[in-house]
Design a protein around this ligand. Structure first.
Ligand SMILES: NC(=O)c1ccc[n+]([C@@H]2O[C@H](COP(=O)([O-])OP(=O)(O)OC[C@H]3O[C@@H](n4cnc5c(N)ncnc54)[C@H](O)[C@@H]3O)[C@@H](O)[C@H]2O)c1
Length: 83
């Protein structure tokens, strides 16, 4: 499954990234490094260094998921899974 985790370079969401990677998912991180750190990044995840509020972030999600989204959590971290 393709999964986007926002804030994936941060403390909490980096653990969410690790858990998804461990389960064999294709994980994409969206993070602007306002407080995140490179040291938190999972090497098996794909990094997109952009602000989640930018139109580019929405376009990226649409491009990856073709609008076929089953779940989204909003807050400090957002994970979007496709079917
Ligand atoms: N070692 C530790 O115990 C430790 C370390 C760090 C933090 N903490 C605690 O964890 C909590 C904070 O952790 P957290 O994971 O919620 O915060 P965080 O700041 O670590 O993570 C938030 C992530 O979201 C990113 N981000 C913020 N705005 C963004 C935007 N507009 N677009 C894209 N990315 C954006 C940041 O760059 C960061 O990577 C606090 O309670 C803190 O005290 C504990």
């Amino acid at each position: 499954m393709k999964i986007v985790v926002t804030g994936g370079a941060g403390f909490i969401a980096s653990h969410i990234v690790d858990a998804y990677v461990e389960r064999g998912h294709e994980v994409h991180i969206i993070d602007d490094f306002s407080t995140g750190q490179k040291a938190n990044l999972n090497a098996k995840a794909t990094l997109h260094t952009i602000d989640i509020a930018d139109a580019q972030a929405g376009q990226l999600i649409e491009q990856f998921f073709d609008g076929d989204v089953t779940e989204a959590w909003r807050g400090d971290a957002i994970a979007v899974e496709d079917r």
